[in-house]
Design a protein around this ligand. Structure first.
Ligand SMILES: *Cc1c(COP(=O)(O)O)cnc(C)c1O
Length: 380
C-alpha cells in the first residue's frame, strides 16, 4: 500500500528521532548484549541516578512501567484495601487503575477547564475519612497546581503522589515536577517525551525509607537474597531499556525546548482564530508539551468533524481522552452520571491534540495551522 499523501504530517514520528541516534543506541544496546546482564544492573543503576537528578529528587527506583510506578509508590506509603485515593476525572485510565490494583478506590475529582489539571478545591469536596492519598497528574506536560494541592493535602494528612508520566523535565516555580509529592511515578512508554524501546518506568522520592521499600516491592518483596517478607511485584527495569534511555536522556532538555518552540509557533499561528481555545500555561509553570492540545468549541461533534477534515488533508491528530475514566466500563460500579464532572466531560468532547514532537519542522507546523484554519472554516 502506498502512502495516500506525499506531504502527510504524522502525529508523532519516532523514526526521525531514531535515525539521528541510531549509532549511539546500537552501541549502548550492544554493550548490554556483550555483558549478558539483563535485569537490575549497572545501566539501570546509572539511569536511576540520572533520573533522580533530572527530577530534583534524592532517589529513583527503576520499574517495569509507569502504571506500576504509581501502584508501587502508593503501596510504599501504606495505601491498601479500603483506602480512597483522589485522582483527576480527566487523565489516562491508568492513574485510576493503578489504585484499584491495591484494593483501594479511586475517587474522581474534576479538573480546571483552562489547564486540564486537578482543581485543588475538589480535594476538599471529594475527601472522606477514608481518603489516604491524592494523585495530581501533570497532564499533557503542564504541571498541576502543586502548592495549592500540597497545602490542602498537608491540612488533611493526605499523601501526594505525582503522576509525572507526561511531564518529565517540566518545572513549577523553578523546581522539576516529581519533586513536590512524597513520590512520583514516571512512564517511559515509547511515545512519552522520554520513551524507551518497550515498556519501562520509574518512581522518584526524597525518602530513604520509601526508596528502600519500593526496591523490595519491585523484586518479589525480597528484603535479602531469597527472603520475601511480602508478595511485592515483579516490576524491574531491564538493562536494554535503561541503556536506550540513558542515551536519550542526554537530549531530553533539547527536545523539550524544541517542543516549546513549536508550541509557541502554533500559539502565534492560531491566535485569534475563533472557535478554538489554545493551551495555556501559568507564568510560574514551564510546560513540556507532551501534547499540544486545543479545544474545538461549537455544536456537538464539531471536534470530530474537524478531526476528519484534517485527516482528509493528510494531518494526523489525536483525542486524549474521548471517555473520562469515571465513565469507563471498569468504573461502572461507581455509578457516575453525566454532569458529575462538567470540566472533564466538556474537555473529552472538545480536546484535539495537534502533531508535536522535537523533529517536526516549522514548515510542517505552518501546514497544520493552515489546514486547521480551513477545517474550522468548513465546519460548524
Ligand atoms: C502513560 C501514562 C501512564 C501509564 O504509564 P505506562 O508506562 O503506560 O504504564 C499513567 N498516567 C498517565 C497520565 C500516562 O500518560
Amino acid at each position: 500500500m502506498s502512502e495516500p499523501y506525499k506531504s502527510a504530517i504524522p502525529f508523532l514520528d519516532l523514526r526521525a528521532q531514531y535515525r539521528a541516534l541510531r549509532e549511539e543506541i546500537s552501541s549502548a544496546v550492544n554493550a548490554v548484549l556483550a555483558s549478558q546482564k539483563f535485569i537490575l544492573g549497572e545501566q539501570g543503576e546509572a539511569l536511576e541516578r540520572e533520573i533522580a537528578a533530572c527530577c530534583d529528587a534524592k532517589h529513583a527506583v527503576g520499574l517495569a512501567n509507569g502504571t506500576d510506578a504509581l501502584t508501587i509508590a502508593l503501596a510504599s506509603c501504606g495505601v491498601g484495601a479500603g483506602d480512597e485515593v483522589i485522582v483527576p476525572a480527566f487523565t489516562f485510565v491508568a492513574t485510576g487503575t493503578a489504585v484499584v490494583r491495591l484494593g483501594a478506590r479511586p475517587v474522581f475529582a474534576d479538573i480546571d477547564s483552562g489547564t486540564f489539571n486537578l482543581l485543588p478545591q475538589e480535594i476538599e469536596k471529594r475527601r472522606t475519612a477514608r481518603t489516604k492519598a491524592v494523585i495530581p497528574v501533570h497532564l499533557y506536560g503542564l504541571p498541576a497546581e502543586m502548592y495549592a494541592i500540597g497545602e490542602i493535602a498537608a491540612r488533611h494528612r493526605l499523601v501526594v503522589i505525582e503522576d509525572n508520566a507526561q511531564a518529565i523535565g517540566a518545572r513549577y516555580h523553578g523546581a522539576r515536577t516529581g519533586s513536590f509529592g512524597v513520590a512520583a511515578g514516571i512512564s517511559f512508554y515509547p511515545t512519552k517525551n522520554l520513551g524507551a524501546y518497550g515498556d519501562a518506568g520509574m518512581a522518584v522520592t526524597n525518602s530513604d525509607e520509601l526508596a528502600a521499600k519500593m526496591r523490595r516491592l519491585r523484586d518479589h518483596g525480597q528484603s535479602g537474597k531469597y527472603v520475601s517478607s511480602e508478595p511485592g511485584w515483579n516490576s524491574r527495569l531491564d538493562e536494554i531499556q535503561a541503556a536506550v534511555l540513558r542515551v536519550k536522556l542526554r537530549y531530553l532538555e533539547e527536545w523539550n525546548t524544541a517542543r516549546r518552540e513549536r508550541a509557541k509557533q502554533y500559539d502565534e499561528l492560531l491566535s485569534g482564530l475563533s472557535g478554538i481555545q489554545l493551551p495555556t500555561a501559568p507564568p510560574h509553570s514551564e510546560h513540556v508539551y507532551h501534547l499540544y492540545t486545543i479545544r474545538v468549541k461549537g455544536s456537538a461533534g464539531r471536534r470530530d468533524r474537524v478531526q476528519q477534515r484534517l485527516a482528509a488533508m493528510g494531518i494526523s491528530t489525536g483525542v486524549y481522552y474521548p471517555v473520562p475514566p469515571p465513565f469507563q466500563p471498569v468504573f461502572a460500579s461507581h455509578g457516575h452520571r453525566t454532569g458529575d464532572f462538567p470540566g472533564a466531560e466538556t474537555a473529552a468532547a472538545e480536546v484535539l491534540s495537534l502533531p508535536i514532537f522535537a523533529e517536526i519542522s516549522a514548515r510542517q507546523v505552518e501546514k497544520v495551522a493552515e489546514a486547521l484554519h480551513a477545517a474550522l472554516g468548513e465546519t460548524v
